[in-house]
Design a protein around this ligand. Structure first.
Ligand code: FAQ
Length: 345
């Protein structure tokens, strides 16, 4: 359990108003602690769990961190689908390590959410009830072995672009968790790229399999960055609070610009006839994203939404005995620690 956070960002005790409110949803005069909070944000200092923070800042972090944690855990499923069918012992060992890393990322992130006073059980209950989101990308199927490569190259690649700036997030525990996560994501991206490179330079059938995987994962990867800026409900406030450092469209553009030369080296084509270098902008233009598809996936109607959540719920139920055993063991140890002569084994 996290330590109790005694001083919540409640506005009920607000007395002294000083300066404009930075929390647009907040009513009434600013509480005295708000100025200190804003000064820290302005000075690029970290907000830590015991610091006062506005309720909306806390809620935004819990929402984003929970969605992020759930994505890491649900994101284990598409690749785990290929663990028993990896083409060699080496590939299997690499994939096992990667899938286990994703589980670790989920755990760091649930811990970061706990520092905000929200327990892991509560977040998991919300996920299982369909009341919290996870990334749209994990609702697509992994049809061939090449999909493991495409996920590493594109999905982990997109995750890195999105998450490196989160290492500078204003909330300390989230920012610190992201440092290690990003290092591991870099290895994941490299393994996907190397896998795809091997296939793309193999037999014509292997090349075709790699191309097919890239054709299917390219557009959903662009959707990972979230809705366009003019439809992004949270971006403006999250950027003002320095939770997000860049807008969804900025990061999406950065991803496209990085992928184009990498695709050339792979010898694969990105499935977008409108993709071309724009000399004036110094960036690539790219085609229209199918936002109707994105919205459908978010509504639960993607190709694998039901399967992913069913499997997650089942795994949670199947693991109940582990949680019970761990709790019983912890209670036994606590009892042992409480009095002499009690066995702690
Ligand atoms: N999928 O106002 P915005 C990974 C929702 S980890 C589903 O722009 P925001 C590692 C958004 O929640 C991948 N929902 O929101 C890995 C909001 O809904 P709400 C996950 C999405 O928060 C690799 C609404 O749309 N990464 O891949 C998506 O400012 C391989 C409005 O959107 C993170 O979570 C989406 N793609 O910006 C694991 C990174 N996009 O809450 C295994 C941290 C948006 O109002 C294998 N998160 N929504 O109901 C972020 O950076 C941000 O939360 C964004 C969205 C950029 C995702």
């Amino acid at each position: 359990m996290p330590e109790t956070i005694t001083e919540r960002g409640s506005r009920s005790g607000a007395e002294a108003a000083s300066g404009p409110r930075t929390d647009p949803g907040a009513a009434g005069p600013a509480p005295p602690q708000e100025a200190a909070f804003e000064a820290k944000i302005a000075a690029d200092e970290r907000i830590e769990p015991r610091d006062w923070m506005p309720d909306a800042y806390r809620a935004t972090l819990v929402r984003q961190i929970a969605q992020h944690a759930h994505s890491e855990i649900i994101g284990m499923q598409p690749e785990a689908n290929w663990l028993t069918r990896a083409p060699s012992l080496r590939r299997k060992a690499i994939l096992l390590a990667k899938v286990q890393d994703e589980a670790g990322h989920g755990l760091y992130l649930y811990s970061a959410a706990e520092t905000l006073g929200t327990g892991r059980d509560e977040l998991l209950d919300k996920l299982h009830a369909g009341r919290q989101k996870y990334s749209s990308i994990f609702n697509y199927p992994t049809l061939t072995w090449a999909d493991v490569g495409a996920i590493g190259w594109l999905v982990d690649g997109a995750a890195i672009i999105n998450q490196v700036p989160l290492c500078r997030c204003s909330y300390g525990p989230y920012a610190r968790a992201m440092v290690r996560i990003c290092k591991e994501e870099s290895f994941h991206q490299r393994q996907g790229y190397e896998l795809l490179h091997t296939l793309a330079h193999g037999t014509p059938e292997q090349h075709a399999m790699a191309q097919d995987a890239v054709d299917r994962w390219w557009w959903p990867s662009l959707m990972m960055f979230g809705p366009p800026d003019d439809e992004s409900a949270h971006s403006a406030q999250s950027m003002a609070w320095k939770i997000k450092r860049h807008s969804n469209d900025e990061l999406r553009q950065r991803f496209v610009d990085i992928c184009v030369p990498q695709a050339e080296i792979l010898g694969l084509t990105l499935p977008d006839p409108d993709l071309k270098w724009n000399e004036e902008r110094g960036q690539h233009d790219f085609g229209a994203i199918d936002w109707a598809e994105f919205k459908e996936v978010l509504r639960g109607n993607g190709p694998c939404n039901d399967q992913r959540l069913d499997r997650k719920r089942r795994a949670h139920e199947d693991g109940a005995w582990v949680r019970e055993a761990a709790a019983a063991y912890a209670a036994k140890r606590a009892l042992g620690a409480a009095g002499p002569g009690e066995a702690a084994a």
